[in-house]
Design a protein. Structure first.
Length: 284
């Protein structure tokens, strides 16, 4: 968990009731977050400069692996997540023997999530589900529990907000088991420092990147073949007009060449990425 001074002490005190130790990643904050967290009894990991949400998650995974943690719970430090719901995630891991548990705001029918945020997250979640071959309702939830098996297997690399999506792809690639449980979210006040539009576009773009890596034949191959076919059809139109009517359709000729070349490039790209993805699949 990470955030600014105003929320951190309360979150630490609540979390201490449910876990053996509380780790706070102070991601280059300029206030007294680190001091407040230490005073409240938390172990603090400090970044000298602000690196991003994903960098904080990376540091937490590294710390959990280095200290041989049996379970790790992550939650955002902006006050949206309720630490008193930690037992819900822990119980799901132990009782159902799953590797990762996600707390979903959309499984709770009483969610107060703003409409624009719901729509944006659902678009990103749909793309993530398609790419990762999963079926989750809230791909961007930061309230998660990881078993020891998951902690050892997942090595995030994204330093930005798209780390949540990256982890889903790694869960899929590693064959880890996954469950979701309903949680409540508090949206009191403006808890986000990110512009929702730019934030959403950035996360969606990175989600599409992972989709293209995992399914290159579908993502690049199908459009490539389609363009090649269109190019051949336009070329046929050009040849038919030239041979039977002695008319030169420059538009058909140009369209044929452009479509065929683009299709060939996409098709070759899909084959190359498919081969590379299978060789280095563990990195994704």
């Amino acid at each position: 968990m990470y955030n600014e001074e105003s929320n951190i002490e309360n979150l630490i005190n609540l979390a201490k009731n449910h876990v053996d130790s509380v780790i706070v990643c102070d991601d280059g904050s300029t206030d007294n977050t680190a001091k407040v967290a230490q005073k409240a009894g938390a172990i603090v990991i400090s970044h000298k400069q602000n690196k991003g949400y994903g960098a904080a998650i990376i540091s937490l995974f590294d710390y959990a692996r280095e200290n041989n943690a049996d379970t790790m719970i992550t939650l955002d430090g902006d006050g949206q997540h309720n630490p008193d719901q930690i037992p819900l995630l822990l119980n799901t891991i132990t009782q159902h023997n799953v590797d990762v548990v996600i707390g979903s705001r959309f499984l709770n029918q009483n969610t107060e999530s703003p409409g624009y945020r719901q729509r944006g997250i659902k678009i990103i979640t749909s793309a993530a589900n398609y790419g990762a071959d999963l079926k989750v309702s809230d791909s961007q939830s930061g309230f998660r529990a990881y078993s020891k098996n998951a902690i050892d297997a997942i090595h995030p690399t994204e330093e930005g907000m798209s780390v949540s999506t990256e982890i889903l792809f790694k869960i899929s690639n590693k064959g880890l088991s996954l469950a979701e449980i309903p949680i409540t979210i508090s949206y009191d006040g403006d808890t986000s420092e990110h512009n929702p539009i730019s934030h959403g576009i950035s996360v969606l773009a990175n989600t599409i990147k992972y989709v293209s890596i995992k399914h290159p034949l579908k993502f690049y191959g199908i459009p490539g073949i389609t363009l090649i076919i269109v190019g051949i059809i336009l070329g046929g139109i050009f040849l038919d007009a030239y041979l039977h009517q002695q008319t030169v359709f420059y538009g058909s000729l140009l369209g044929s060449v452009v479509m065929f070349l683009l299709g060939a490039i996409l098709s070759v790209t899909s084959i190359i990425l498919f081969s590379m993805a299978n060789l280095i699949r563990d990195r994704y």
